[in-house]
Design a protein around this ligand. Structure first.
Ligand SMILES: [Zn+2]
Length: 348
């Protein structure tokens, strides 16, 4: 177990307080942006509930408990079973590989799991992640488990998109909300990781990852940050007619299309900020010719807002069955129209 992350301690403290008050909810919905370690938190918290010698359920007795020091003992029978992935009182429900959804059979099995008595530990814990992958059938099946909790059973649902869950599911869970840490905490944590990067890139990295430290780390490790910079250079070439939209898109088909949308949103948002005489939030990339004041002055703010709306629309489209390449080409063509100061025709 890697331990709780520094920005999760408030969440942990709140849950420990509930344990102390003997009021830990049966069902909890862990929400917040990607990259904040919600699933890791759920796994760590489940492990704490199951550990026999350090279990939360018996040893937490006073408010002086230092949550920073809470961790499973690592050597009891339960801890060994958790580490081996074979603890009979722990169940992790994830989408089945090819369908990508959590099906009704998985939820039936979960119900049967909760109907059994605890085998080893004093609690039974299940994690459903991502919970927004429940379909209508499985979500309705889960309602029964939520409505009739068995003794000392805990259900941890994890989702960065809780709006996709049935309201009847959401309303039966205690929301545990994870927030992005302060820049200072995120910065310190990234510096403590074994990563090679220039400290001057930190601001851009945290902006691109919406302040989520695990995402920032991933962007360094998989070189997404370099791809982003290449993308900016390509948009500059597009502006100067040195590359066409189709060739540009073909270079980025191997990365998540939602990333491209996020980057364009960030750039457009910054252009709006610059128009309003506010500084761009993507500050470490000031050599960016897309932010040329003379150019921005010519673009109407309403055109930029219209484009942001379209990017939102594309985000929804890209989550469904859609031709990614064609969609990205449309988006880039519309971007180049912005750059040529033409108003983008609004669909009727
Ligand atoms: Zn243990």
């Amino acid at each position: 177990m890697t331990g709780f992350l520094p920005w999760q301690l408030t969440n942990l403290r709140n849950l420990v307080k509930r344990v102390e008050d003997n009021a830990l909810p049966h069902a909890m919905l862990l929400t917040g942006n990607r990259g904040l370690g919600k699933l890791e938190f759920a796994q760590n918290f489940a492990h704490l509930l199951l550990c026999e010698s350090q279990t939360l359920l018996t040893t937490v007795t006073s408010s002086t408990t230092q949550v920073e020091n809470l961790r499973p003992c690592g050597h009891c029978h339960s801890c060994k079973l958790v580490s081996a992935g074979t603890h009979p009182d722990l169940r992790i429900v994830e989408p089945e590989s090819d369908a990508g959804i959590i099906g009704i059979d998985q939820i039936r099995q979960l119900r049967e799991f909760f109907l059994l008595k605890c085998q080893v530990s004093q609690a039974q814990v299940a994690i459903i992640s991502p919970a927004d992958k429940l379909n209508n059938f499985s979500a309705n099946g889960l309602l029964k488990t939520l409505e009739e909790p068995t003794h000392n059973s805990y259900l941890l649902l994890v989702s960065h998109a809780p709006y996709r869950l049935l309201p009847t599911i959401r309303s039966r869970c205690q929301i545990v909300r994870f927030n992005a840490p302060s820049r200072e905490i995120a910065r310190d944590w990234l510096l403590s990781q074994d990563l090679t990067f220039a400290e001057k890139d930190m601001e851009q990295l945290l902006t691109l990852s919406a302040g989520a430290p695990l995402t920032a780390r991933k962007y360094l490790q998989d070189k997404t940050i370099d791809k982003y910079r290449e993308f900016i250079r390509d948009l500059e070439k597009l502006q100067q007619n040195q590359i066409d939209p189709v060739s540009l898109v073909s270079k980025y088909l191997t990365i998540d299309p939602l990333l491209i949308i996020n980057w364009l949103s960030l750039l457009t948002f910054n252009m709006v900020r610059l128009k309003l005489k506010a500084p761009a939030v993507d500050i470490s990339n000031n050599d960016n010719r897309l932010y040329d004041p003379a150019l921005i002055a010519k673009i109407d703010a309403s055109v930029l807002f219209e484009y942001l709306d379209k990017l939102n629309e594309y985000t929804r489209l890209l989550e469904s069955q859609v031709n990614v390449q064609l969609s990205l080409e449309d988006i880039i063509i519309e971007w180049s129209m912005l750059q040529n100061h033409k108003s983008v025709p609004f669909p009727v």
